[in-house]
Design a protein around this ligand. Structure first.
Ligand SMILES: [Zn+2]
Length: 262
């Protein structure tokens, strides 16, 4: 009798220990899952850029801030891009499902994006852009999305553990009907966002492509933006063939001052 009760007592204790351990393990696993999922949330993860730099030290000076540098994806002097046709997120890989009407209206907007990319391509000497058909091959994914009140475009760069850009996602917000952007505006937004893709932050003066609000901005890529892109990725774009090993360096400066005459 006493033997039986003490052995069932042991089982009882074992059961309790097992229960406590499994609860602890579940809490741990849930915490890990929760951490990972919040890290993937663009609004509070460290991969999300905020290009609104602190310009207070630059009163009276026209500067463009330099954000970041491409990593080894730029080593061949080429960045690949894809304009995504689908409106919704990941699922529709079936290209046949896109209606002809939708495709026609997209073609016009896409032309504005192509023009923007082509101008950057022509202006930056040691860099070419190449279109690819598969998002997994694309260094830059560009897409249009139904409008959100104040934002015209958004660029999210993703970085490796050294802080070098590995991939860019550009979204251009397209507002319907009366508030729709015209093609020149879409081209300007695309040029501005490609500026972020190429490592630029914002400018602190009006009539610059990189000014925060497009209505105060310019649709032309000035020499100052070109120089800023060279500074951002100088390890590749300024390297005149002296270093064939393509060592990657961070930008030397955080701001580029623009002369009034550029
Ligand atoms: Zn911007």
């Amino acid at each position: 009798m006493s033997v039986q009760s003490s052995s069932s007592n042991i089982y009882f204790h074992l059961g309790t220990v097992f229960m406590v351990v499994s609860i602890a393990v579940s809490i741990f696993v849930l915490t890990v899952i929760w951490k990972t999922s919040t890290d993937n949330n663009p609004t509070n993860n460290r991969y999300f850029n905020d290009y609104d730099t602190n310009f207070q030290d630059f009163a009276g000076h026209h500067v463009i801030s330099i954000c970041c540098t491409w990593g080894e994806e730029l080593a061949d002097g080429e960045l690949t891009f894809m304009i995504r046709e689908d409106d919704d997120d990941e699922d529709s890989d079936n290209q046949d499902s896109i209606g002809t009407l939708n495709r026609d209206s997209n073609t016009i907007k896409n032309e504005a994006v192509y023009d923007a990319i082509e101008e950057w391509d022509l202006r930056i000497e040691r860099l070419t852009f190449r279109e690819v058909q598969n998002k997994y091959d694309a260094d830059i994914e560009i897409r249009f999305k139904e409008g959100e009140s104040n934002v015209a475009g958004l660029t999210r760069n993703f970085y490796d553990r050294y802080g070098l850009i590995t991939k860019s996602f550009v979204t251009i917000y397209d507002r319907g009907f009366l508030f729709a952007f015209n093609n020149d505006q879409i081209e300007q937004i695309a040029k501005h966002e490609i500026g972020h893709v190429l490592g630029l932050g914002h400018a602190n003066f009006d009539d610059s492509l990189m000014v925060t609000r497009i209505h105060h901005g310019s649709g032309t890529i000035s020499d100052c933006e070109i120089q800023a892109v060279y500074e951002a990725n100088h390890w590749k774009l300024r390297n005149q063939g002296r270093d064939t090993h393509n060592h990657i360096y961070y930008p030397n400066i955080q701001y580029l001052e623009c002369n009034n005459n550029v």
